[in-house]
Write a protein that binds this ligand. Structure first.
Ligand SMILES: [Ca+2]
Length: 191
């Protein structure tokens, strides 16, 4: 008898949990911050300026815009420098947030192209064009909307003797797999 009562209580508690989940799940989806897909990826770039400028610094979840804090990527001066993050799966990318360097060199990023797609041809620099950065504020994150299915996000700076520095690159979107849509249905973004 005692066991039966306990069982019933457990069922009651489970039923109550399901009721609460059903009641609040839509609210949870609305207020949950989205997942930054870039932070789980692998970053590479065409060259590295010095020990502070690793490619992975642009996906370390820190928007610190001061280069010597060690949270920005930085290439050497070269022709068409590029930086890329491999997302390790395909996603319907909806927007990219880029944080520019804030301690100097504000205009160096002008003209950078955001290329998004599944190809690694020319290091991803020939993938579909999402946007061209005309200008950015020092150290300020900028949201750039895209709507492209993608495995790779590449930022390339066309021209000669160009430095490409990125203090943070965040990628937001949802799974390209309809079976995963409930897990990765993003309704907002983290800041
Ligand atoms: Ca960073």
């Amino acid at each position: 008898m005692t066991a039966a009562v306990t069982y019933q209580n457990v069922e009651y508690v489970k039923g109550y949990e399901y009721f609460l989940k059903a009641l609040f799940s839509p609210l949870i989806l609305i207020v949950s911050p989205s997942e930054n897909l870039a932070s789980g990826g692998i970053a590479v770039h065409s060259s590295q300026y010095d020990s502070h400028g690793a490619a992975s610094n642009a996906i370390d979840r820190k928007r610190n815009p001061l280069y010597h804090a060690g949270s920005c990527s930085h290439t050497e001066a070269e022709t068409n420098p590029w930086w890329r993050v491999d997302l390790l799966d395909t996603y319907q990318v909806t927007f990219v947030t880029i944080t520019n360097r804030g301690d100097c060199c504000l205009h160096r990023i002008n003209g950078a192209e955001i290329r998004i797609g599944n190809s690694l041809e020319n290091n991803g620099t020939t993938n579909p064009l999402c946007a061209v950065i005309s200008e950015m504020r020092e150290g300020q994150p900028m949201d750039i909307p895209c709507n492209i299915v993608s495995l790779h996000v590449t930022i390339v700076l066309p021209g000669r003797e160009k430095y490409l520095a990125l203090c943070e690159v965040e990628v937001y979107g949802e799974s390209d797999d309809p079976n995963q849509s409930e897990m990765t249905h993003f309704t907002g973004k983290s800041k």
